[in-house]
Design a protein around this ligand. Structure first.
Ligand code: ZN
Ligand code: ZN
Length: 230
């Protein structure tokens, strides 16, 4: 399978992003142990409410953290990149939304129902902040462009010979004039005009570092599969 290595790179990216979601999810669960709200009964007496004291918030935060753990597990087991993109991305996003619902429930439902005076504590803000931060890598998984979907499959004609076909070889050329927001065909990170190389055949752009490693390993352009001359 000639696309295997590039789908491995995409799966690696999903795994890293899922790891970030799960990591922030763990921090989010820890904010349950922080003070979320202080009730001021009179000028001297105050009572502090921790996140875990509200059962619904406790369950939603833990469920959010667990769902993100499932996303991480999925990202390490799925091998189809399209399935992985939607399943891992959606699972991570559900985890993040559960996490957001946790402080929101205490903030907008539990606290107003208490009908007491008081003020929000740092813990509830940390809970919100960590939950919202979880949506960023989750969305990044869903937003990952899958190039193999649209990549034309150029099959090399079988000539019945083992001799290398020199005419088919392509070169990598340096380009400095790159379109805004263009991404590397290997790592999907943004390109830098200082270090961008282009395949002379398919015109796919790559970071010099990425394509150098790739060509050393595979000897072909990852996009059009033509042998690359150095
Ligand atoms: Zn790159
Ligand atoms: Zn190419």
């Amino acid at each position: 399978m000639d696309l295997e290595v590039s789908s491995q790179a995409v799966l690696g990216r999903f795994f890293k992003l899922a790891l970030i979601v799960a990591g922030i999810g763990a921090v989010h669960v820890l904010t349950l142990f922080m003070s979320w709200y202080t009730v001021v009964s009179d000028t001297i007496t105050t009572t502090t409410i921790q996140g875990y004291t509200v059962a619904e918030s406790l369950y939603m935060s833990i469920a959010g953290g667990m769902v993100c753990g499932i996303a991480l597990l999925l990202s390490s087991t799925l091998s189809n990149i399209i399935t992985a993109k939607w399943l891992v991305g959606a699972t991570a996003l559900v985890g993040a939304l559960l996490a957001i619902a946790s402080p929101a429930y205490t903030h907008f439902i539990v606290i107003p129902a208490l009908q007491v005076r008081g003020y929000l504590e740092i813990g509830i803000f940390m809970s919100y902040f960590s939950a919202i931060a979880m949506t960023v890598p989750a969305a990044a998984i869903i937003a990952t462009p899958i190039r193999v979907e649209i990549m034309p499959r150029v099959e090399l004609p079988s000539l019945g010979t083992s001799a290398p076909v020199i005419e088919e070889a392509v070169e990598l050329v340096r380009v400095t004039d790159i379109p805004a927001g263009a991404i590397c065909g290997i790592c999907y990170q943004e390109l830098d005009p200082e270090t961008t190389m282009m395949c002379s055949n398919c015109q796919t752009l790559f970071h010099k570092g990425c394509i150098d490693i790739w060509v050393n390993l595979n000897g072909i352009c990852p996009s059009c599969k033509k042998p690359v001359v150095r």
